[in-house]
Design a protein. Structure first.
Length: 117
């Protein structure tokens, strides 16, 4: 248990910073999503735009991980990273768009290439 004398601003400062800078802005968007979710139609232009932006962001992050990896992923050869992505996509489409199977197949291929490499 934390002693009352340890509850100073100096001790709690980093945690308060995390809450103010990270958690609150994230939760504001979640609350707005809850408020407006019932009013949006899945066929609306706004919803199509949101889905397109989200897909583009995820695609960009995946491309960055494959082409410009950091950390342990940088030790895996480029060919193995591209092959793992292709295997994951093939598994995804062959299992009628089962995302879990696609991710697991890509991870298995990547881990296998890392162990063999």
């Amino acid at each position: 248990m934390i002693a009352p004398e340890d509850l100073s601003l100096g001790t709690l400062g980093p945690y308060l910073t995390i809450v103010v800078v990270a958690a609150i802005p994230t939760h504001v968007w979640r609350w707005l999503g809850v408020l407006f979710a019932g009013r949006l139609s899945e066929d609306s232009e706004v919803f199509h735009w949101i889905k397109a932006v989200a897909t583009a962001l995820v695609s960009g992050l995946i491309a960055q991980l494959i082409l410009f990896p950091k950390g342990a992923l940088a030790d895996v050869p480029m060919e193995a990273r591209v092959a793992a992505a292709a295997i994951g996509m093939a598994a995804y489409f062959l299992t009628r768009r089962n995302l879990a199977v696609g991710i697991l197949a890509a991870e298995a291929a990547l881990v296998g290439a890392w162990f063999l490499g």
